[in-house]
Design a protein around this ligand. Structure first.
Ligand SMILES: Nc1nc2c(c(=O)[nH]1)N[C@H]1C(S)=C(S)[C@@H](COP(=O)(O)O)O[C@H]1N2
Ligand SMILES: [Mo]
Length: 204
């Protein structure tokens, strides 16, 4: 795959060291028993184990990781299996519009199916050429270059295609449905919050 660099996402600042998040507790996954399911609105439900994923065509992509709380890690080297061909193997039904990423720790997050199948959206198995580390979600997490970091669900076990939008873990607390970095889709009420701030500034 072509290497490319994207411009820095608006409103972010680079830091050197990753900040590790595990809102529901870190989860040690036994790779020998682990599998990644593609379920829900598909014609063939599929399940891949780690070996099978490693045998598939491997892709790599260099792109920033951007947490919605504004810290970023520059030029992360991601490696793994592209999401588009993986999802296509399961033959999505026509009414599938969202993909819910579901994890071994109970964490989940929804993305638009078209985003999950966009260029360079990847199931990450390697970071910087080494197998994904435990604290970064081993053995697999999705990375979608256009979306904020909370959409990159660690300890991923299932991609469930759905017709209707559903909140995941952070979305239930107000994180944005879609979460595109370029449009600063940080929180559901982001527009309202900035309007409110503006109004308060006028009247104070
Ligand atoms: N399972 C799980 N995945 C998760 C999270 C989490 O708490 N649990 N936090 C998300 C958020 S908000 C961010 S910014 C990134 C952080 O990735 P890191 O822990 O590898 O630095 O993981 C995302 N994926
Ligand atoms: Mo985040």
């Amino acid at each position: 795959m072509q290497e490319e660099t994207m411009p820095q996402a608006p409103g972010q600042y680079y830091i050197k060291n990753w900040i590790i998040y595990d809102a529901l507790g870190a989860k040690h996954v036994d790779i020998s028993r682990w599998s990644l399911g593609i379920t829900g609105l598909v014609k063939n439900e599929l399940s891949f184990n780690y070996e099978q994923l490693l045998k598939m065509e491997q892709a790599s992509f260099t792109g920033d990781f951007d947490c919605v709380t504004k810290w970023s890690i520059k030029d992360v080297k991601w490696g793994g299996v592209l999401l588009k061909p993986l999802i296509q193997k399961a033959s999505p039904k026509e009414n599938a519009r969202f993909a819910m990423f579901m994890c071994a720790d109970g964490y989940s997050t929804p993305v638009l199916l078209e985003e999950a199948m966009s260029d360079n959206a990847i199931i990450v198995l390697n970071m910087y050429g080494e197998p994904l580390k435990f604290e970064h979600g081993a053995p697999a997490r999705p990375f979608i270059p256009t979306l904020y970091g909370w959409k990159s669900a660690k300890w991923l076990t299932e991609i469930r295609l759905m017709n209707e939008y559903q909140d995941g873990y952070w979305e239930q607390y107000g994180y944005h449905d879609r979460g595109r970095k370029a449009f600063e889709e940080r929180f559901k009420s982001y527009e309202w919050k900035s309007i409110k701030k503006h109004i308060l500034n006028i009247f104070n």
